[in-house]
Ligand binder design. Sequence first.
Ligand SMILES: [Cu+2]
Length: 132
Amino acid sequence: MISTRILAGTVVLACGLAFTAVQAQAKDTDYRFELAGKPQSSAGKDIVQVRLLHVADGKPVPDAVIFESKTDMGPAGMDTMTAPVKALPAKGGVYRFEVDPGMAGTWALHLAAKVQGEPDTVRGTLNVDLVK
Ligand SMILES: [Cu+2]
């Protein structure tokens, strides 16, 4: 969806600015996380689906190892409100995370990944609207 892409792009941009001072990481412009469709909700939990794109050629990176996934309600002014995130098996290059949000609203999903052949950690944050 176009609105989702714009939102994700904005978040990546904001994230890039935030990480400018940290030179040890991969350039945030090399890779970009984006939402793969809307989160799917069932039984009070949300499945968030994410792609990792190599920006230079726009190709998805299907074999990254996402070793960190955290979420908080920072986008809604509640930085200290967190929720459990469980990584599910990736499907067809789409990384999936089950979030059990304490409340509905806009959550930030923070991801850190290792990409084959890329020495530095790739980090990104996506804003995602979750329902309870
Ligand atoms: Cu909250």
